[in-house]
Design a protein around this ligand. Structure first.
Ligand code: ADP
Length: 269
């Protein structure tokens, strides 16, 4: 029997702060109830990781987060035999632990991982919901509470690094983007402690900087960087200096592009 919607605890003081943008919390909960794997798409720094930790806490499930990189292999997720105290012992990887404990496993930037990772994910992301551990000979049946969440950033436009249809069509998917301005002001203010008026000015600037995205600028300025900027301003760094090292330098190495960004910053402050 699926659990009722009341199973989702309202956020408590210990719940990582997450400001919802639409119906994503409800949809996450439904995905969890039905054992559906979830794909989160969206630019870096727009709240995907925070969303997953918020939901894991509200659902009362342990969370295993893995930042995927191009050397990450299936064994890094499932586990391996390690020499410990003179003995060889099997040590579960984060995916295996999440399956055993009925937790949530979050694979951030899953497209970065090696190809063999998809081989372990496939039987977990269809109605079998099993994790075969070849090395130990186990076939783990995922309990109802186990959930797999993956994210990727379609904005990078790297044709070699995209999810194959045979993989992506195993996931329910939610698109993330930067929050609408009034929500982003609330987030930046809450995260940094900077007053709303100055956060509003920063968010308006971000909207202008994001409009420059395109030709030379791969990604628009993230909510994460706005939080950095606001935190520096709050602790006394002059606005222009804070904006330069959080909203200009991290975005590009190209002098012309940086000059364009700096111009927008100077026009605002
Ligand atoms: P992503 O995983 O998409 O790269 P994160 O979840 O790490 O991004 O978000 C970066 C930062 O932006 C967070 O640490 C948080 O400060 C802030 N943030 C972005 N969106 C939200 C949101 N909706 N609610 C609360 N904080 C947010």
């Amino acid at each position: 029997m699926p659990r009722s919607a009341e199973a989702l605890a309202t956020p408590s003081r210990d719940t990582p702060y997450y400001e919802p943008v639409g119906g994503e919390c409800r949809l996450f909960e439904h995905a969890h109830q039905h054992g559906l794997p979830l794909l989160l798409k969206g630019p870096t720094g727009c709240g995907k990781t925070r969303f997953v930790s918020h939901m894991a806490t509200r659902l009362g499930r342990p969370l295993y987060t893995v930042a995927c990189h191009d050397d990450l292999t299936a064994a890094d997720l499932t586990g391996r035999y390690l020499l410990q105290g003179g003995e060889t012992r099997w040590v579960d990887g984060p995916l295996t632990r999440a399956v055993r404990e009925g937790g949530i496993c979050y694979l951030d930037e899953v497209v970065e991982a090696r190809k063999d990772v998809t081989v372990v994910l496939h039987p977990l992301t269809d109605d079998r919901r099993v994790l075969p551990l070849e090395r130990t000979g186990e076939l783990l049946q995922a309990p109802k509470d186990f959930m797999l969440v993956v994210s990727y950033n379609p904005g990078y436009q790297n044709i070699l690094k995209t999810l194959k249809p045979s993989t992506r069509q195993r996931f329910m998917a939610l698109s993330f983007d930067f929050p609408p301005p009034e929500t982003e002001v609330a987030i930046v203010s809450r995260e940094s402690g900077l007053d709303r008026d100055r956060c509003l000015a920063l968010v308006n600037l971000a909207v202008r900087l994001r409009a420059l995205k395109g030709q030379d600028l791969e990604e628009g300025v993230s909510t994460r960087l706005l939080v950095y900027c606001a935190s520096l301003i709050r602790s006394g760094v002059p606005i222009l200096e804070a904006a330069h090292c959080t909203l200009v330098e991290p975005l590009s190495d190209d002098e012309d592009v940086k000059a364009g960004l700096a111009e927008a910053v100077h026009a605002t402050f």
